[in-house]
Design a protein around this ligand. Structure first.
Ligand code: ZN
Ligand code: ZN
Ligand code: ZN
Length: 365
């Protein structure tokens, strides 16, 4: 399911960060760090799966016996220790890592395991491993961008096919199911979410798609995505059932200009917050500033939302290989909402647009 990356090289880069920062061992459990460093994704179960990465010696993946068949034969980047149902995996991890002074534990690790490790290693200093793994994961390798492009192109094909779908007269939920099926048919392993927000519901950015029947005159915010080879897609297009009133069209023109200003701001060295500011300024100047109520974007990769966040206050300079969404929106409560979202990568000469389907307002039936 995950492509074959150079996991030894990734672990090597983590070890050199650990060396610079004086960390003796990193412990990674559920979440996206594990597949990033091993190609193996743990089910978020009560049974502990943990990759122990000592700074000086080989990484060891501690897995429950019933998961072992999925791990065996994954190359030589790490070795595997299997634990049985009557054993205590925390004791096993503590035994493997010896007596480290500084232990870094990834954020998504369940507290029950962290508490156990803290009790088992009373002399150790615990901190978060996530700032270190984030630095590596945020800068995509060319092959990761290839898989993200693959997923983005599959959503573009869905956008191209929206004319095949009947919107009006059907509940949001039924239309969303058609789009989720297309998301898989066009080249994802699974559909991860479909937000279909119609009429006044479209003014709620993360509307829970429901039973409301789509009718003529509705605006529709369609935000959907899936996962392919472990990598996520996430695209939003704004539709209108029938020709929109001038008030809607005027707001949409502002939104389209804002989204394009966001894309135009992307290049290496620019602070993440400046991409947010570029998009937001267009919306604010047109008088809709109070109606753009979320950040401009989020990173994307093995997780649907990850660093870097394109938000005011984030001074992180963009670097080649960073991938994120640009998704400004305008939401007039009780009336309508609209959003345009594309996934982009930072390229040496500016921007590499992974989504390329038509961003214009689409009139549907
Ligand atoms: Zn969102
Ligand atoms: Zn989205
Ligand atoms: Zn998004």
């Amino acid at each position: 399911m995950f492509p074959d990356f150079d996991y030894s090289a990734r672990l090597g880069r983590l070890r050199s960060l650990m060396g610079e920062r004086g960390i003796d061992v990193a412990l990674l459990s559920v979440g996206a760090d594990l597949p990033y460093f091993t190609g193996y994704e743990a089910m978020p179960l009560e049974r502990l799966t943990m990759l122990a990465v000592p700074r000086e010696t080989d990484a060891i993946l501690v897995v429950p016996r019933l998961e072992a068949p999925r791990v065996v034969g994954r190359g030589d980047a790490f070795s595997t220790t299997v634990w049985g149902e009557t054993e205590d995996p925390v004791t096993i991890v503590a035994g493997i890592i010896g007596k480290p002074r500084r232990v870094a534990v990834a954020d998504p690790t369940w507290s029950v395991f962290l508490l156990g490790l803290q009790a088992a290693l009373p002399g150790a200093d615990f901190s978060s491993a996530t700032p270190h793994t984030r630095e590596l994961r945020m800068r995509k390798e060319p092959d990761e961008i290839k898989w993200l492009r693959d997923a983005a192109e599959a959503t573009d094909r869905v956008v191209d096919r929206l004319g095949e779908i009947q919107f009006s007269g059907r509940p949001e939920r039924a239309v969303a199911a058609d789009i989720a099926a297309m998301t898989v048919a066009e080249g994802h392993d699974l559909s991860t979410f479909t937000i279909l927000a119609s009429g006044p519901n479209s003014a709620s950015p993360h509307h829970e798609t429901g039973e409301r029947t789509v009718v003529g005159g509705d605006s529709i915010v369609l935000d959907f995505g899936g996962r392919s080879h472990g990598y996520h897609s996430d695209t939003t297009r704004t539709l209108h059932v029938g020709v929109p009133p001038p008030r809607f069209g005027a707001a949409f023109d502002v939104l389209a200009e804002a989204q394009s200003a966001g894309r135009a701001a992307v290049r290496p060295g620019v602070a993440a917050r400046d991409v947010d500011r570029a998009a937001r300024a267009v919306i604010a100047d047109a008088g809709y500033g109070d109606y753009f109520i979320h950040r401009t974007g989020h990173g994307i990769g093995l997780e649907g939302h990850e660093h870097p966040y394109i938000v005011e206050g984030n001074e992180l300079p963009l670097e080649t290989g960073m991938t994120f969404s640009i998704e400004p929106g305008i939401y007039l409560p009780g009336e309508f909402g609209m959003r345009i979202e594309d996934i982009v990568a930072v390229a040496a000469n500016g921007i590499d647009e992974l989504n390329r389907s038509d961003r214009g307002l689409r009139i549907v039936e």
